[in-house]
Design a protein around this ligand. Structure first.
Ligand code: NAG
Ligand code: NAG
Length: 181
C-alpha cells in the first residue's frame, strides 16, 4: 500500500475512534441552575434536558439559547394543540364537562401560538420587554387550561403533563429573557 493511503487510513481510524468531542454546552447547566434557584417553577433537570436536546444548542451562546427556548415553546404548544384537536375528534364519547374544558383549552392554545410567534419576533428585535409580556401570556394558557379541569371534582385532566411542560418551557424562556434584559 502506498504510504499516503496507509497514513490516510490511520488518520481515519483515529478520527473515528478517538473522536470523543464534548458536545455539551457548559452555559446550559449554569443558566439552568441560575433559573431554577431564582424561579421555583423551573426544574433544573427539565431545563437542562430540554435545551440539550435541541440539535443547535451545543454551540449556542446565551442569546441563541433564548431563541431556542422560545422555539421549544412554539413546538410544544403546536403539538399539544394538535393533541387536543385529536382528543376532540371523539366528541360524543367525551364527558360533557371534559369536552367543554377541552374546547376551552383548544382556544387557549390556539391563541398562545400567535402570541409565542410575537414573542419570538420581539426577542429577535431585542425588544425584551415585549418578549417578556408575550411569553408571560403564553405561560398563562396551560395554567388556565389545567385550572378548568380542576373546577369539577372527580374529573381528571388528560393534559396535566403537557400543560406542565409548556408552563415550564415558558418559565425557562422567560428567565433567559430576564437574564438578557
Ligand atoms: C443569574 O440570574 C441573575 C438574575 O436573573 C442575572 O442577573 C445573572 O446574570 C444570571 N447569571 C447567569 C450566569 O446567567
Ligand atoms: C415539550 O417539551 C418537553 C421539554 O422539551 C419535551 O420533553 C416534551 O416531549 C415536549 N412535548 C411535546 C408535546 O412536544
Amino acid at each position: 500500500m502506498l504510504p499516503f493511503y496507509s497514513s490516510l487510513l490511520l488518520f481515519l481510524a483515529f478520527s473515528t475512534t478517538g473522536g470523543a468531542v464534548d458536545m455539551s454546552n457548559a452555559l446550559i447547566p449554569k443558566l439552568c441552575s441560575n433559573s431554577s434557584s431564582t424561579d421555583p417553577n423551573i426544574n433544573y433537570g427539565f431545563c437542562t434536558t430540554s435545551l440539550q436536546a435541541a440539535p443547535d444548542s451545543p454551540c449556542a451562546g446565551l442569546r441563541k439559547l433564548g431563541t431556542i427556548s422560545i422555539r421549544l415553546v412554539k413546538f410544544n404548544a403546536t403539538n399539544t394543540r394538535c393533541y387536543i384537536k385529536k382528543l376532540l375528534k371523539n366528541r360524543r364519547k367525551l364527558h360533557p364537562f371534559v369536552r367543554q374544558c377541552l374546547d376551552d383549552c383548544y382556544e387557549l392554545y390556539s391563541d398562545a401560538l400567535p402570541t409565542a410567534r410575537k414573542a419570538a419576533k420581539a426577542y429577535a428585535a431585542r425588544n425584551y420587554v415585549d418578549a417578556n409580556i408575550e411569553l408571560s401570556s403564553v405561560a398563562d394558557a396551560p395554567l388556565t387550561c389545567e385550572q378548568g379541569f380542576a373546577d369539577k371534582k372527580g374529573i381528571k385532566s388528560p393534559l396535566t403533563k403537557r400543560n406542565e411542560q409548556l408552563f415550564q418551557l415558558s418559565a425557562v424562556a422567560l428567565s433567559m429573557i430576564n437574564t438578557l434584559q
